[in-house]
Each structure stands twice: as structure tokens, then as C-alpha cells.
Design a protein around this ligand. Structure first.
Ligand code: IPM
Ligand code: MG
Length: 354
């Protein structure tokens, strides 16, 4: 199993370090792993002058899976758009064809009080958001800024989806629904945007191949509202790149901390990039305060989705549950009466639990 390891920026470095310790445990128990590190984002800009340089491209293309920390930092905010760390992330997604972004929002019962919502609203929450990741307004052409005929400056982007792009992500959504609660909610803005009206039409067509799945449709504004009103009505949500970006952040907070949420970005052959759903948190970077659990849980997703190793994936998840059950908490999920741990101490605890 060839894994490219991209710590990235900010807390990415600290959390990936803890995730690697988890992989080391699996290695010492016989799993054959080949790890290669490369920079992405700001770290890559500093070293190579580009956020997704050739050095990193080569390693990632040759790998079976990529483990990523996070990218970004205030020192890069004034750079040209093309050089920003975020461009590294968008670049690797596009380059590797990682069109299916799986963002589970699962509430560990131990953390029911960490949510800002009432425990009864979120207890038992288990949603899977399937976000299309390589199309939509994120990549649509034309894009840019210009001065129009009246001499007024303006900026524009293009929201666009092709039929094959919608079909393949719809299949991912239906496929996951089949393995879970057999409910799929497709989120669009079909009342206003042609692009997402087309999305809806294609999803309805794909649904014919999945008669056992109950398909529903929701406008994105309503979906944002329903996620906080009654999130347990959802099983799998499938949506485009932009809506998925927004709704997945919202869904993550239902679980108490974005520091708990893993994600997978898969290509057509289950090669995947695995990363926590959160960002690089420059404000706490280098302080050994970050929560490494989302990254550790991303390793569990990697084992499950790319390497078909359900046993190893479950083993990691069980270890995380165990440390939470024992009262171990990083600052972001801390409650009085619990044991407050640093990032590396949380890593120690998970390794020990494994
Ligand atoms: C995410 C992030 C990225 C996105 C940024 C950092 C480019 O918000 O992965 O959700 O918008 O996709
Ligand atoms: Mg986002």
C-alpha cells in the first residue's frame, strides 16, 4: 500500500504526525505500508514556489492513497490566486480526478453535549454528505475579472455541470444509500438555477437504477435550515461542489466539533485522498493543541475505501471511541470533568487503545 503523506500547513503538520503513529501500529502488526512525504499548499509554495509542485504531483500520482493534513495560512493570503495554498488542494483534486467527496457527519454519543444543538436533536446523528468535487462553479470556465462596455469593473464565475459528471456522482450517492438507510436527498437550487435544474433531472433518471432507494429533492436554502431543525431526517445527501462545501461545514458542527470529522475524496477506481474536514487553524498551529482525531479517522476511511481493509478501519474507529469513552478530550471538545489532552497526548491515547 503506497501512501503519499502531505502534512500541508498549520496544524496539518501536528495532526498528520499523530495519524502516522496510528499507521505505524498497523505496520508493526504486519500491514505492508510504503509512505512518502511531500509538501502541499503554503509549505510547497515556500519550498518550490507552487502550491502543488511537480515533485508532489509525481508522488501523489504514483500512490494508491493520499493522506493530507490541511493547507492555508494568513501569510499566503496576499499571494496571487494561482499561488495560494487552496489552489494546491483544488489542483490535486482535479489532477487525480477525485470527484466524489464523502463527508460523514457522525455524532459520537460521548460528545452529545459538545454540540451547540440540543442533545435530543443530534443524538444518534449519522449523515453522509456526498459532495461533487471537481466541477461546478469551482472549476467552470469562463471565470475572471474584466471591465465591461460601460467601463465598469466586474467579476464572474460559471456554474456548469455536464451530464456524465452528474451521473457518476449520483451513482456514488445511490450506492452509499444502498449500503446505509436507503434514503438519498439531492440538494439543488432548481427553482432559480438552470444548472441545478439539470442536476435534478439527471439524478431522477439515475434513480431508475435504484428502485430500493427513496429519493427526495431539497432546495439548498431549505436544506441548510433542515440540517439544524431536524438533521436526523437525512441519511445520504448528494449535491454539487459549492453547496456541498457549505452544507458539509454546517453538518460538521452538528457533531460538536469540526475537529472530529474525516473525509474521503475518491476517483473512479477508489484511489482516494483522505483529509480532516477542518482547515489549518493558523491560530493554534504549533501549539500542540489541535484535535488529531479527524485525521486519525481519515486513516480509518482510507483503509476501508481504498484498501478494502474493514478490520483495520474498524480497529481505529473503536480505539477513538474508547478514548472518548475514557474521557479523553482535546480543547475543542473539552467539557468540565473530562481529561484535557494535547494533540500528541491524544495520539498517545489512541495508539494505546489500539
Ligand atoms: C473544503 C475547503 C476547500 C473548498 C478550500 C480550502 C479550497 O473549504 O475542502 O471544504 O472550498 O473546497
Ligand atoms: Mg469547505
Amino acid at each position: 500500500m503506497k501512501i503519499a503523506v502531505l502534512p500541508g500547513d498549520g496544524i496539518g503538520v501536528e495532526i498528520v504526525k499523530q495519524a502516522l503513529r496510528v499507521l505505524e501500529v498497523l505496520r508493526s502488526d504486519g500491514l505492508k505500508l510504503e509512505l512518502e512525504q511531500a509538501p502541499l499548499g503554503g509549505a510547497a509554495y515556500d519550498q518550490y514556489g507552487a502550491p502543488y509542485p511537480e515533485f508532489t504531483q509525481k508522488i501523489c500520482r504514483a500512490a494508491d492513497a493520499v493522506l493530507l493534513g490541511a493547507v492555508g495560512g494568513p501569510q499566503y493570503d496576499t499571494l496571487d490566486f494561482q499561488l495560494r495554498p487552496e489552489r494546491g488542494l483544488l489542483g490535486i483534486r482535479k489532477d487525480l480526478g477525485l470527484f466524489a467527496n464523502l463527508r460523514p457527519a457522525v455524532l459520537f454519543p460521548e460528545l452529545a453535549n459538545a454540540s451547540t444543538l440540543k442533545p435530543e436533536v443530534v443524538a444518534g446523528l449519522d449523515i453522509m454528505i456526498v459532495r461533487e468535487l471537481t466541477g461546478d462553479i469551482y472549476f467552470g470556465q469562463p471565470r475572471g475579472t474584466r471591465t465591461n462596455d460601460q467601463g465598469v469593473r466586474e467579476a464572474f464565475n460559471t456554474m456548469i455541470y455536464s451530464e456524465p459528471e452528474i451521473r457518476r456522482i449520483a451513482h456514488v450517492g445511490f450506492g452509499l444509500a444502498m449500503k446505509r438507510g436507503r434514503k438519498l436527498c439531492s440538494v439543488d437550487k432548481a427553482n432559480v438555477l438552470e444548472c441545478t435544474g439539470f442536476w435534478k433531472e439527471i439524478v431522477i433518471d439515475v434513480a431508475k437504477e435504484y428502485p430500493q432507494v427513496a429519493l427526495s429533492h431539497m432546495y439548498v436554502d431549505n436544506a441548510a435550515m433542515q440540517l439544524v431543525r431536524n438533521p436526523k431526517q437525512f441519511d445520504v445527501i448528494v449535491t454539487g461542489n459549492l453547496f456541498g462545501d457549505i452544507l458539509s461545514d454546517e453538518a460538521s458542527m452538528l457533531t460538536g466539533s469540526i475537529g472530529m470529522l474525516a473525509s474521503a475524496s475518491l476517483d473512479a477506481n477508489n484511489k482516494g485522498l483522505y483529509e480532516p474536514a477542518h482547515g489549518s487553524a493558523p491560530d493554534i498551529a504549533g501549539k500542540n493543541l489541535a484535535n488529531p482525531l479527524a485525521t486519525i479517522l481519515s486513516v480509518a476511511m482510507m483503509l476501508r475505501y481504498t484498501f478494502n481493509n474493514e478490520a483495520a478501519g474498524s480497529r481505529i474507529e473503536a480505539a477513538v471511541k474508547k478514548v472518548l469513552g475514557a474521557g479523553c478530550r482535546t480543547a475543542d471538545i473539552f467539557e468540565p470533568g473530562m481529561q484535557k489532552l494535547s494533540c500528541s497526548e491524544m495520539g498517545d491515547a489512541v495508539v494505546k487503545a489500539m
